[in-house]
Ligand binder design. Structure first.
Ligand SMILES: Nc1ncnc2c1ncn2[C@@H]1O[C@H](COP(=O)(O)OP(=O)(O)O)[C@@H](O)[C@H]1O
Ligand SMILES: Cc1cn([C@H]2C[C@H](O)[C@@H](COP(=O)(O)O)O2)c(=O)[nH]c1=O
Length: 194
C-alpha cells in the first residue's frame, strides 16, 4: 500500500499535517494506530504547537505495529526510530497497510537522518517538504533545525542521525540556509550553493 512522508525542520507543521491527515479516521471504520518515538520527551503524544492532537501510542520500536490488524499506521518523529523499524515499515507496506510518517529530515549536522533515507528508498507515493519561518531573519524559508547549547550553535561532532532530547538540554531554532550555522565538515560551501 502507499507510503506518505512528511518532512521538514522543527516548527514546520509536520505534526499539524499528520493530524490533518489522520484525525478524520476516528470518524470512520478505518482501523488505525499512531505511534510516536518514546525518545521524543517533549510531549505525551502527537501534539502540534497549533494545539491539534492525535491519540498516540508511545513506543521505543515499531515492532508492535506488526501485531495490530490495522489499515493505517501513523508514525511521528520517525527520525528517532531505528533502521530495523524501517524494515517494519517495509513489511507493513507489503501487507497492504497504509503508512503515514512524519519527522525531521536533516539532523544537527544538516545531514539526512539514516531512517529517513531508508524511508525514501521505499519509494513513497508522496513526500511533502514543509518549511518553517526562520527564527533569525523571519523569512518563510527555514529548512534546517539549528541546535543550540547554552545559546550557541552546537558544533560538536556527534554521530550522524543522533536523537537529541527536547528536555531543555538543547534549544532548537528553525533556520534558513543563510542563517544556519553547521559544522564546517558538513556545510555546503557557498560557492557550490549558488
Ligand atoms: N518559526 C516558526 N515557523 C513556523 N511556525 C511556527 C514557528 N514557531 C511557531 N510556529 C507555530 O508552530 C506551528 C507548527 O507546529 P508543529 O505542528 O508542532 O510543527 P512540527 O511538528 O513540524 O514541529 C505553526 O502552525 C505555527 O503556529
Ligand atoms: C534537530 C534535532 C532534533 N531532534 C529531536 C528534538 C525533538 O524531540 C524532535 C523534533 O520535534 P518536532 O516535532 O519536529 O518539533 O527531534 C533530534 O533528535 N535530532 C536533531 O538533530
Amino acid at each position: 500500500m502507499d507510503l506518505t512522508v512528511i518532512l521538514g525542520p522543527m516548527k514546520s507543521g509536520k505534526s499539524l499535517e499528520l493530524v490533518s491527515l489522520l484525525s478524520p479516521l476516528q470518524f470512520t471504520d478505518v482501523r488505525h494506530r499512531v505511534f510516536q518515538s518514546a525518545r521524543h520527551v517533549r510531549d505525551a503524544g502527537v501534539v502540534s504547537r497549533s494545539g491539534a492532537a492525535l491519540a498516540t501510542v508511545k513506543a521505543s520500536s515499531l515492532a508492535s505495529a506488526l501485531d495490530d490488524d490495522v489499515d493505517v499506521v501513523g508514525i511521528d518523529e520517525v527520525h528517532m526510530f531505528a533502521m530495523s523499524d524501517m524494515a517494519v515499515v517495509r513489511t507493513l507496506l507489503e501487507r497492504g497497510t497504509r503508512v503515514v510518517a512524519a519527522g525531521i529530515d536533516l539532523d544537527h549536522r544538516g545531514e539526512l537522518f539514516a531512517p529517513v533515507r531508508a524511508l525514501l528508498e521505499l519509494g513513497p507515493a508522496s513526500v511533502t517538504y514543509r518549511r518553517a519561518v526562520c527564527d533569525v531573519c523571519r523569512g518563510f524559508s527555514a529548512v534546517y533545525t539549528q541546535v543550540l547549547e547554552h545559546g550557541e550553535p552546537m558544533l560538536r561532532e556527534l554521530a550522524p542521525s543522533t536523537a537529541l532530547p527536547d528536555d531543555g538540554t538543547y534549544t532548537y531554532e528553525a533556520r534558513c540556509r543563510t542563517c544556519v550555522v553547521l559544522p564546517a565538515t558538513t556545510r555546503v560551501p557557498r560557492q557550490l550553493a549558488s
